[in-house]
Write a protein of this length. Structure first.
Length: 153
């Protein structure tokens, strides 16, 4: 784990909310001049703490209002099965997250689609055809009271 101080934490909290703020404004908020603030942000990038800066899109406005959590169970517990499954799953544009989780060779996925019908096509044409898939359990998100990318730092 990298060593970060309270000023770094303040900078990170600010950037998590709005990464487009000018260095001048970030520096003012944390009590630094611009050059030291810029150096700290660059150091956080170089260390990997700041992985990348992205734009968060509104899924609903783009026709992708459905979030689906899928739990998959694999047939085999071999390195080759895990690697082949993961490599194939990573090609699916609907896949937003993929995690191996505890519980009998399982994976958890977060999928976004435009409709129930689109998920059915995704399930039939893509998900069920991934290598080593044995069981699939699907949960549709009904509501999303909180959706955040901000870490509690």
């Amino acid at each position: 784990m990298i060593q970060i101080d309270e000023i770094d934490r303040k900078i990170l909290r600010i950037l998590q909310v709005d990464a487009t703020l000018p260095i001048r404004e970030i520096a003012e908020r944390v009590g630094l001049s611009q050059a030291p603030c810029w150096r700290r942000i660059n150091a956080l990038r170089e260390s990997g703490v700041i992985m990348k800066q992205v734009v968060v899109l509104d899924r609903s406005l783009l026709g992708l209002p459905f979030t689906v959590f899928v739990r998959l169970k694999l047939q085999k517990l071999t390195r080759e099965a895990f690697e082949e499954f993961e490599k194939s799953a990573m090609t699916l544009p609907e896949l937003q997250e993929l995690q191996m989780v505890t519980n009998e060779n399982s994976y958890r996925m977060r999928i976004v689609v435009g409709s129930f019908e689109e998920y059915e096509r995704f399930l039939r044409d893509k998900l069920s055809r991934l290598p080593y898939v044995q069981d699939i359990l699907t949960n549709f998100v009904i509501s999303e009271p909180k959706y955040s990318f901000e870490l509690p730092i």
